[in-house]
Design a protein around this ligand. Structure first.
Ligand code: ZN
Length: 295
């Protein structure tokens, strides 16, 4: 509890390239924020703990993590990162580490479910009953929230690993997913763009075919999500989505894909994050808020 008597929440957005940390009184009242690069687990987690401890005594902690992660509370591996392509982090007991250090309740979910919850509650989805959050960056992942709850089943969704129809001008590239080759992540993530064209999408000229190809694949993802879930809002975030004009191109391609279904225009919306780059962090604080004792 802080001096004003209000609970203090800690939030961690754990990413493959950086950890973003915050403390605040609520998901939208961030008092302090900090970023550290992701190194090996021992070094990284030590830095995270030291920074949070330096901000005061927290009442609860929320972690929105890169995956895959174990979300089944009945599993002994709950709170672990599982078989990630980042070998040093495989089987890392993320929740266990923080539980031992802080002794407070911990909320835990994927980074994209965290961002989806935050966008649903405080961002682009405020007036909607359902929302999907997709990140397009080092990898591609998605989270779904219906009526305030993030969707979990046997595991968490892995939307980046669907198989899109190949663009007619993209039939040579094998794709870079270690599991599938040319799944969506293997074709349209930041590293896939670099591997194919030697530059990021924003570095390529606006008339380069790459823009149309990547927009087509992301539109296919949006179309698939809508076809399977009828979600109202799709939020597209992540580093690749900061490419000028990409959101508009995705919208145009998605409209073309859905034209026969929705002759009067689709009711589904594809938009940028309302919370900007704070969606994941606000999500982590929401996970903390949900488990804090006074909630
Ligand atoms: Zn894959």
């Amino acid at each position: 509890m802080n001096s004003a008597g209000r609970p203090l929440l800690g939030g961690i957005e754990a990413g493959g390239t950086k950890f973003v940390l915050a403390v605040g009184h609520s998901p939208t009242e961030i008092i302090a924020r900090h970023e550290i690069p992701t190194r090996d687990p021992a070094t990284t987690l030590e830095h995270v703990c030291d920074w949070i401890e330096g901000q005061g005594t927290i009442n609860a902690l929320g972690i929105a993590s890169f995956g895959p992660v174990e979300l089944d509370r009945s599993s002994t591996l709950w709170g672990h990162i599982t078989n990630t392509p980042k070998p040093a982090w495989t089987n890392c007991d993320l929740v266990g580490h923080f539980a031992e250090r802080f002794g407070v309740p911990i909320g835990f979910d994927t980074d994209v479910n965290g961002a989806a919850l935050a966008e649903y509650e405080h961002g682009a989805g405020k007036a909607a009953g359902s929302l999907a959050y997709i990140t397009v960056g080092t990898g591609i992942g998605g989270g779904l929230v219906f009526h305030g709850k993030a969707i979990h089943g046997a595991a968490h969704p892995e939307m980046g690993h669907i198989f899109p129809r190949r663009h007619a001008d993209d039939d040579q590239f094998e794709g870079i997913c270690p599991h599938h080759g040319d799944c969506l992540e293997g074709l349209a993530s930041g590293p896939a763009i670099k591997a194919r064209w030697g530059a990021s999408l924003s570095e390529l000229p606006s008339d380069h075919i790459a823009h149309a190809i990547i927009a087509d694949y992301l539109a296919q993802l949006a179309h698939s999500i809508v076809a399977m879930t009828a979600v109202e809002i799709i939020v597209l975030g992540g580093g690749v989505m900061r490419t000028h004009g990409l959101l508009e191109r995705v919208n145009q391609s998605a409209t073309e894909l859905g034209a026969a279904y929705f002759p009067g225009g689709s009711k589904h919306k594809i938009v940028s994050p309302g919370l900007g780059h704070n969606a994941g962090l606000a999500g982590a604080l929401m996970l903390a808020n949900a488990v804090q004792p006074d909630h």
